[in-house]
Design a protein around this ligand. Sequence first.
Ligand code: PLP
Length: 383
Amino acid sequence: MLVYLDNSATTRQYDEVTDLMALVAKEDYGNPSSLHRLGIAGEERMKKARAEVAKRFPGDGELYFNSCGTEADNTAIFGTALSKRKTGKKIITTKVEHPAVLEACKRLESLGFTIQYLDVDRYCNVSADDVRNAIDDDTVMISVMTVNNEVGTIMPINEIAKVRDSINRNIILHTDAVQAYGKLDLKNINADLISVSAHKIHGPKGVGALYVRDGVNVAPFMVGGGQEKGFRSATENTPGIAGFALASKMAYENLSLRQENMLKCKEYLKKGILAELKDVTVNTPENSVCSVLNLSFLGTRGEVILHTLEQDGIFVSTGSACSSNHKITKGSHVLNAMGMKEAEITGAVRFSFSEFNTIEEMDYTVQMVKKAVTKFRRLMNYR
Ligand code: PLP
């Protein structure tokens, strides 16, 4: 049995998306900027795709396609820093953001910006009051993720927006919604900039988007031929963007069914593992997205459990696959920020779900996890 439980790292592309992308690549391959009819067909694809994806965002903004969630985050941060640098040089973020945000902030620090990295609590939650206390006259931006990729915590973005509104409406609020898109309704999220990525929702890799609320001035990150209304130059990836739009439509048209299936698998797996094994801590809080379950198996090493499960056809992660580059250098910055003990950090495993997972797969996973953990603990003479 093959059980794919690494859907927060990436998802299997919908077959319908693959078919559509092949069709666009074969038939509507014109450059949307070309004046002839193949160009117009490409432009038509872009228009339709933009309208489809835009349905899932607040109505008062524009959607700009790009190459990935990382680019969306980088654009939001560098673009805001560039446009606001004469107003102020402070950015507020959290210690648990994805490296696409943290590394961009680090670079800005080297360019003279001040970055305040807020703490999170035991549940990976950031407090809106801490945001309030951090805002000063120099603050130009707040960047807080919608959902944490390692433990699944849903952050209080709208509460943070209220705090921001009450102090200074001109501070730009960015949210990295890469792990929220396709799992939560984002229509009413009160952010100025929202980053998303197609490959987390059964769309293609190498396609993302940044939503920019009307009136918010973000300097373009990529300059050149002026595509995407001058916000993101480069010939558009029409097959990828068409595929993203279809994946978005499929994900959102069935949102509640998909949420229900992921949540059912998550709860069933958690219950099953906790019933079979002792000394397991649940790192994912109640207030979390349906797709993520992070558990620590005390007395083990997460990466050993990962590779043992792989031999049984089960694919999981120890944290954030897209930031680890296959190397485990130091413990997760997220679990560290949550104040977890070393044994909890080294024994952490992330299971992440999709609409394709089944209860039968969860039964099998419980048994294989039990086998892997018991074997490891026995070898290590754990208790
Ligand atoms: N932000 C978060 C929260 C993520 O989980 C990821 C990828 O895992 C990214 C950003 C980066 O997205 P992409 O892989 O599309 O660059």
